[in-house]
Each structure stands twice: as C-alpha cells, then as structure tokens.
Write a protein that binds this ligand. Structure first.
Ligand code: HAM
Length: 427
C-alpha cells in the first residue's frame, strides 16, 4: 500500500524537529498572550466559499470537498482563518475580554500539483486576533511572526507589506484595474483573462512572468487608499519601525484569499524559487460579519511548517534530534529476569527513560542492543551481583562502572543525568 501523492509520514528522527518548532510556538504565544484554539479538520463547504471566496484558487480548484451521508457538502479545511472565525461566532467569543488572541497549529489540505514546497496535506501555525482595529495589533502580529523565525534560527528573510484597502477604496481600484488589463488583454495568461471579469485585483499577484511585467505598471491599491486606510497603513509602518522590524513595501502584494482588508504581508526566504512564501497574513475586518457574526475587526497570519523546516535545512540550522534512551536494563540469569520489570518501573517512575529487551537475547545481544539504542547507561542484573544484593551499572559515555544496591541506583543515575546530552543531528 502506498500513501496518496502530496502527503508525508513524519517518522521518529524527524518528528523531534516538529516537536522543537511546536515548543517554540507554545512558548512564544504564551509570552505574547495568545491562547490555543483547536477546530475540526472538516467544515461545511459553504464556510470556505463565503469566507475565503468562491473565486479564489483555493476554493475553486483546491478543496477536498465531499458529500456526507445526508448529502451535505463538507470540505477538509484548506486554511485556518475561516474555521477560527466560525468558532469565534458560534461560541460567542465576542463576550470575552477583547481583543481575543488565538493561535493554532494543525494540518490543512489543498488539492494542488505536488512539488517541492507544495503538499496536499501540510501544517500551519497561525494566529488570529479579533476585536481591535488598532494598527499596533497588526504590528504585534507581524512582530510575533518575525520573532518565531528568529527563535528557530531562520535568516535571510524578507517581510513584504502592502495595504489592499477597504471596500470603499476597492471600488475605484477595481474599475481602474479592469480598464488597464482590458487594454492589455492579449498579453495576459489564460487564468488572468478568466479572472479579469470576476476579480481583477488577483491579476496583480499572478506568478506568470508576462503578467508580472504588466502588473508592475498597473494601478495598485496604494494609489486608491481612502484617508482612513492610508492613515492606518502609515501607523502600522511606523509601529514596525519602532519595533525595529525591517520591511519592504510591495505594491503588488494582494495575497490569494478574498477576505483581506487593509494590511497584507508575506515573508519570503531568499533563493527558494517561486514558492518562497514561508508565511503570510493580514487584516480581515469584514470576515466575521461575512460569516454571520457582528462586525468585528480581525488580523492574523499563518506559517507553513514544512516550508519552514525545509528552509532551516537549506540554511544548515541544527535542530534537536532524537533524545537517546537513558538506561537499558539487561539481565543474565533467572533470578535477574524476575527482578527486571521492578527495576524498570523504578527507573521510569523516577523520570529516567529506560527500556529492556523483549526478544529473548542473551547478555551479549542485550548489550549490543543497548549500544544500537544509544543508551547512556546499561544496568546489568546478574544472579551473582544480586546474591550480594547489588546490580552493576556502566556509563557508556565515560566507561565509569559501579556495583550498587537497588536503593542507590536512581540517585547514582540522577547525579549524572544532567550530563545526558540530547543528540544534535545534522540535516
Ligand atoms: P496562505 O498564504 O494561503 O494563508 O498560507 C499560509 C502559508 O501556508 C503559506 O505561506 C505557506 O507557507 C503555507 N502553505 C500554503 N499552501 C501550502 C501547500 N500546498 N504546501 C505547503 N505549504 C503551504 C492562509 O492560509 C491564511 N489563512 C493566513 C492568514 C491567517 N491570514 C490571516 N490570518
């Protein structure tokens, strides 16, 4: 049996890197005052059609949608924002102290052509803040994102930022974009020609080289911002400067989801080709209302964790590898075998990672096994030592050996335990 294309197993050895990122995420969100939310991996399809937008690639082409047994259309979540908005409304989180600051990690699903950096099941870490339109919140979210990269050791990043404006700014912009691109219709790619009628803003973000050239001369949202959006954008930039966060304004950055209003941003990593977006987000002040809630401003981002790990690997950043086993308990003789489970339990209760053989190996085989498992210590229960009320213990790193009674074992190991290094593996 083979797994479907575009999905991955994360095996022991690799999973430790994920756990490391998850640890950073938990600590970082704690100090910034964000609380975790877990939403289902599937929702009614309508949530994404309304929330993300029917014309977006994500909803139009990439959703895993299926009817349930009663014929209702469900979809595996392609992103986390719309589900969190749904949960915010459904659970009346507007009654909580505002702003409500949430974070999530988990799998997302998009039916796209699998390639490097693009998977059909991938994982995101995201945050969403509800209930404040203050530009300082936009800046805080961006600061959190950049600190995440800093804490894990990722470098050579560019933060691109733009404002896509509100519905009011959008009206004039849409007309101007339509006029401009209609006059260059023949030069557009097929997708853009189709998009032009429905969502001309998206043409600014096309990855096709010929469309990118045209986009550079096209009308852009910044030229059409109303005074409120302009002031908000300037305040976000000022706050970023106060926080010492470098940015580049990209007037063509519009992002691939329809819910954005105002601030939009993306973080890219150098030398990663066309799929170089590691994370992105922005403000979505109408989304809660669009999904049936009372008007509530919101802002957030999501980071692709596979891409993040891949970028770390490319930059040669070392992350913690597998923690090795601490004690392997081996036996020689029948009296010893009867004592084995008691000793293991003693060690495990004391917080020492301990294991044993379950395949009937002789002492030599057990010692070999301890070596293969990279055990730091081997505890040997031999009938001879046991007859003296003792057991043998050997430190595989230093060669130190001792014979001691069971009551001394935990103390002996503990005084040395802090020196157990977590293996740091190269990629
Ligand atoms: P997004 O830009 O669609 O935004 O996705 C965020 C990140 O998820 C991307 O930058 C990328 O790292 C990762 N990603 C997306 N698709 C794939 C894929 N097929 N394979 C691997 N990684 C992928 C959102 O999802 C918004 N919900 C972000 C947001 C939150 N905006 C406001 N709040």
């Amino acid at each position: 049996m083979k797994k479907p294309r575009g999905v991955h197993d994360i095996l022991p050895g690799e999973v430790e890197r994920w756990q490391h990122l998850e640890g950073v995420i938990r600590e970082l969100t704690r100090v910034y005052g964000y609380r975790e939310i877990r939403t289902p991996v599937f929702e009614f399809t309508e949530l994404f059609q309304r929330g993300v937008g029917e014309e977006t690639d994500i909803v139009a082409k990439e959703m895993y949608s299926f009817p349930d047994r009663r014929g209702r259309s469900l979809s595996l979540r392609p992103e986390g924002t719309a589900p969190v908005v749904r949960a915010f409304i459904e659970n009346n989180l507007h009654t909580w102290p505002q702003p409500v600051k949430l974070y999530y990690t988990g799998p997302m699903f998009r039916y796209d052509r699998p390639q490097a950096w693009r998977y059909r099941q991938f994982h995101q870490f995201g945050v969403e803040v509800f209930g404040s339109a203050d530009p300082a919140v936009d800046a805080e979210v961006i600061a959190l994102l950049m600190e995440f990269y800093e804490r894990i050791g990722l470098k050579e990043l560019t933060l691109e930022i733009n404002s896509v404006g509100c519905a009011e700014c959008r009206a004039d912009l849409t007309g101007a974009l339509r006029n401009y691109f209609t006059s260059r219709l023949k030069e557009l790619c097929r997708d853009c020609r189709a998009r032009l009628g429905r969502n001309p803003l998206r043409l600014l973000d096309c990855k096709e080289e010929k469309c990118r050239g045209l986009a550079r001369e096209a009308p852009v949202p910044l030229q059409f911002l109303c005074s409120r959006c302009e002031a908000h954008f300037q305040a976000v930039l000022k706050e970023l400067e106060t926080l010492n966060i470098g940015y580049a304004i990209n007037p063509c950055l519009v992002r691939g989801l329809d819910y954005y209003t105002g601030t939009a941003f993306e973080v890219t990593v150098l030398d990663a080709g066309a799929q170089n977006a590691l994370g992105g987000g922005g403000r979505y002040d109408n989304l809660v209302e669009t999904c049936g809630g009372r008007p509530t401003p919101g802002v957030g981002f999501a980071v692709g964790l596979e891409r993040t790990l891949y970028a770390l690997e490319q930059q040669g950043v070392k992350l913690p590898g597998a923690a090795s086993l601490e004690a392997f308990v081996a036996t020689a003789g029948e009296v010893a075998a009867a004592k084995l489970s008691g000793v293991l339990r003693l060690l495990r209760e004391a917080g020492i990672a301990a294991d044993r053989d379950y395949t009937g190996r002789g002492l030599k085989g057990q010692l070999k096994q301890a070596h293969r498992r990279s055990a730091r210590w081997v505890v040997i229960l031999g009938d001879e030592e046991l007859s003296r009320g003792n057991m043998a213990v050997r430190d595989m790193d230093t060669g130190e050996q001792a014979e001691l009674p069971e009551t001394e074992l935990v103390r002996w190991l503990r005084t040395r335990q802090s020196k157990t290094d977590v293996l740091v593996k190269d990629y």
